[in-house]
Ligand binder design. Sequence first.
Ligand code: PHE
Length: 514
Amino acid sequence: QLVLDTLHAHSIIKDTRSLVIPGQSGPAASQDAQITILGALNSLLSRDMVKFETHEVVSHALTPEGSQIALSGSHEARVWSALPTKGQGTPVTLVQLKKQMGDETAKAGHGRAFKNGWIGKEGDGLVKLASTIKDVTQLDLLEIQSSGTLKSGEKDLADLRKRKLIKGQWFTVSKGSEFSTSTAKPETDLTVDMLTSGAWKTSTYKKYNFEAEGAPTAGGSLHPLLKVREEIRNIFLEMGFAEMPTACFVESGFWCFDALFVPQQHPAREVQDTFYVSDPSHSLHPEPEYYKRVSTVHEHGGFGSTGYRAPWSHEETSKLLLRTHTTASSAHMLYKLAAKCRGEDVEDDDRPAVGKDGQKDDGFRPAKLFSIDRVFRNETTDATHLAEFHQVEGVVADRGLTLADLIGFMKVFFSKMGIKQVRFKPAYNPYTEPSLEIFAFHPMLDRWVEVGNSGMFRPEMLEPMGFPKDVRVHGWGLSLERPTMIRYGISNIRTLMGHKTSIEGIENSPAPML
Ligand code: PHE
């Protein structure tokens, strides 16, 4: 304020040493006062309120540190004199030096003494190398103390100034482009309050700084479900599985249920369980011969099965719906896999036929497929249920697979997910026989929890597709949400998905490391 008022009255301050600081008798000639003034000038400069030039004084003064050195020698000289001559005593470690003369002196001093070649290392400690030294710093400071300057000139003075051993500056100050006598902080925002009170008319505003760098934007972060999905995907990939295309959220009743030999009267197909699409409401007709084989096995049986012996509804099979499980995608893929077996003219994928030595190639190629994607169920949502969630699914097709192969696969798969203790319980699925529910021991909950469902796909599903009789396909499925919730200790599924999701929680969630 003193600077601003003086500038206001005189337009320029030729020499800041002439300023009279209120409450002090004389002008602010002392170097301490000049240092305080420099602080104020720098802050005013940053707001373009003043401009100033720096001058070095003719007569320098010593800082307290400088006076101390003039009296008792430089840090480096003190370090040197505290050490034994090489070969004549126990070397002194830096830690000991610090204890003896204080951290700062020891640190600064031993560095400079090294540079000057005064001291050297011996073992872990330090020793004298020079037998005598000339403490130039002390001599220079003594000269300044008595004469106010150095005969050797400005370069040495500047060096001592930089080391904060002497001081001697004063300033010429003039008005800056934003000069004002008010030190009130300029406004950075035009607020509603300023508009309603009229304060905006008299406020000063901070200028835009077009050179300023923008605030760094926070990086994106992966949702926990995506992280766990990535890890599970890697498990499948390292086990040699290929990923199935799963982009079709909308399926027909045919692919979601009928192709899987799910009876048309099955409760899962009712509106309470399945979301049906109203526009368009019906699918195109599937390939007629396959359609005929599927409808026949339902209605009348075949392939060794008696079928459901219930009337077939074309209406039911052609309804469009949101897929209730990713097994609908698996059905598409298996149907495609059997294309060559059906005698269709497909591009061969170059893999040799397996297990049919000496026989004609029937077109079958083994496959290991997986998918991880979204499914939809018309359920009331609660802490553990959502109307849309994700399914992880693995499918293996080969000749002569057994239930033991399925169990073996799942043991390896789940142990790669960190689930070492698994148990299997007989269950029912319309499209698999036998079917197994998978339970894992949960150490935190101290009980067995269901983690998935599996089974050997039925011949009623595989043979209409055209697979040879000795081809077995087994599969297993689990939700992506369950392992994710366990991994991140989430008890309510709604904090994972939907409008109650915690963005912060997502940003801070660690990698899962299954
Ligand atoms: N589709 C089954 C489900 O919704 C999981 C499953 C996949 C079962 C493959 C058997 C074979 O739970």
